[in-house]
Design a protein. Structure first.
Length: 533
């Protein structure tokens, strides 16, 4: 298998794939252990939700600035440095747990550091796959990564993490620390990433930057330009690995490691705090039409079998760098996304949708124990329902899009989320709760596929980091506010009223987005004469 991957996709992709597997294991065990750790120290819903908020808060504070720096700095080195820093933070938490001195404030501080790193790593690493894999092989590469995420992160890691936690509360976090370091080493071994292109970039929808002249080519291989963010919405504590589809950590993955945005998840992308909700902002691994998930021309040109990406030509004169102010760069991303009608609709819908979702799921570990009567291990098993639905959604998305169309699939997803909250509020059966989660995460995986493909087809490469960071600000900013409000609401009114309120609020969001989403099918039709703006 390794020989086949190296031959077709290149040695760099094999390293990236291995890093993805390692990161998914670390992310998955922490995603279940994080909520369990907090719930052993306090049963106060506001305090439990506060841990989720601590990791999501950096998206509100730093998302736009991180997008600018991800477009300016060497992304490979940035992701490596961030992962090492997060390994040190997790090491401090692991030590405090083992010594019996861990406290809620310490957890908050460590999760805030992890979330801050995530804003940089998720955004910076979003284009690794298109840069190192020949464009004709992108569907295969993304399928391998999506399958790895589902099998390791969502199926294997959740029960394994819960089991480790029953042995010792420090074990899952120690494993996550090791996975951060291993991932950093593997990403560091990729070929050097040339400095980002700092020439003036388009700032309005539909304006595409002309390709550089031959004299502008930079020496060396062409690693990243952007893809998603964080994860995106993602999910999770990003490690600089290509997106892993839907994450059981928040929109935007759960515990993301540099994988393209993950939409909204029941634990933040990469946060290791919330359970795993299918990311609806991150790629599921395959584009909706069966073609490459990358924009035309964004994948690496056909490469030799040895490295999977084109070799650079040396000795060429460097590009003249245009220095832009931080405000100008942020403004370019804001203007592009807000000027694109469909992307604006999707971003605003996800902001409010994640606010509602995370208000309910920030206290999901308490709900699982007190309402469903589950043990720590049972809680870990319940989270695998997100994996089952995510896998089904990934497999069914292309066929559903051909038969049903993007517009109705997006609308149905919003209605199903409202039904999920209502079902959880009305039942005490773990089996019914699991069935509702499977249906929701199936729809969530389809949502993520549609949204990522629209972004890939709409955003010019030079703007991807900034446009993605604006999307992530709304996506994960809504999640952060929701986690804070949900904890306070549950503390005041109780767990079940929180889910009933979420069901009603989500119904209103679906009604508000109904008409604006009508242009989604046209936006994904490759035969459309003009792009939808």
């Amino acid at each position: 298998m390794r020989a086949l991957v190296s031959a077709r996709l290149g040695a760099d992709f094999r390293k990236l794939w291995t890093a993805s597997a390692v990161s998914n294991l670390g992310d998955g065990v922490t995603m279940v252990a994080g909520p369990l750790l907090v719930s052993t120290l306090t049963t106060d819903p506001a305090a439990v939700a506060g841990a989720v908020f601590a990791q999501q808060l950096p998206w509100l504070l730093f998302a736009l600035v991180s997008g600018v720096w991800a477009d300016r700095l060497d992304r490979r080195r940035l992701v490596v440095a961030v992962n090492v820093a997060r390994a040190l933070a997790i090491a401090a938490l692991t030590t405090s747990i083992a010594a019996g001195v861990a406290s809620v404030p310490v957890i908050y501080l460590v999760f805030f550091i992890l979330g801050t790193g995530e804003t940089l790593a998720d955004t910076a690493s979003s284009a690794f796959v298109p840069a190192i894999v020949a464009e004709r092989h992108l569907p295969v590469a993304n399928s391998l990564l999506a399958g790895t995420f589902t099998l390791i992160n969502q199926f294997a890691a959740k029960p394994f993490g819960a089991w480790l936690f029953t042995l010792s509360a420090a074990l899952p976090f120690g494993l996550n620390m090791a996975s951060f370091l291993a991932s950093a080493a593997l990403i560091a071994s990729l070929r050097t990433v040339p400095p980002p292109d700092l020439r003036p970039s388009p700032t309005t929808p539909g304006q595409v930057e002309p390709p550089p002249a031959a004299s502008d080519a930079r020496p060396g291989p062409a690693l990243p330009d952007h893809d998603a963010p964080p994860g995106s919405p993602g999910d999770g504590v990003s490690r600089g690995l290509p997106d892993r589809g839907a994450s059981p950590g928040l929109p935007g993955d759960g515990v993301s490691r540099g994988l393209p945005d993950r939409g909204a998840s029941p634990g933040l992308p990469g946060d290791g705090v919330l359970p795993g909700l299918p990311d609806r902002g991150a790629p599921s691994g395959l584009s909706v039409d069966g073609a490459s998930p990358a924009l035309s021309g964004r994948g690496a040109p056909d490469a030799s079998p040895d490295d999977g990406a084109p070799g650079g030509s040396s000795g060429r004169p460097p590009v003249t760098v245009v220095r832009r102010s931080l405000a100008a760069d942020i403004g370019a991303g804001l203007r592009f996304l807000w000027g694109h009608r469909l992307l604006r609709t999707l971003a605003v819908t996800m902001a409010f949708g994640n606010l509602v979702f995370c208000a309910a799921f920030a206290i999901f570990v308490l709900y699982s124990r007190s309402i469903l009567g589950l043990s720590s291990f049972g809680y870990g098993l319940l989270l695998t329902a997100f994996a089952v639905g995510g896998l089904l959604g990934t497999v069914l998305a292309p066929a559903l899009l051909r038969v049903v169309g993007a517009t109705w699939l997006l609308r149905i997803d919003l209605l199903v989320e409202a039904g999920l909250h209502a079902t959880l509020a009305a039942t005490t059966s773990p089996w019914l709760a699991a069935a509702a989660i499977v249906l929701f995460s199936t729809c969530g995986a389809v949502w993520g596929t549609v949204v990522v493909t629209i972004r890939q087809r709409s955003v010019p490469p030079a703007l991807y980091g900034r446009a993605t960071s604006v999307y992530a600000l709304l996506d994960l900013g809504g999640a952060a506010v929701g986690s804070l409000l949900g904890g306070l609401f549950a503390q005041t009114f109780g767990l079940l009223p929180t889910f009933w309120t979420a069901a009603a609020a989500m119904s209103l969001i679906a009604a508000a987005a109904w008409r604006p989403l009508s242009i989604a099918t046209a936006a994904l039709n490759p035969r459309s004469a003009t792009p939808v703006r």
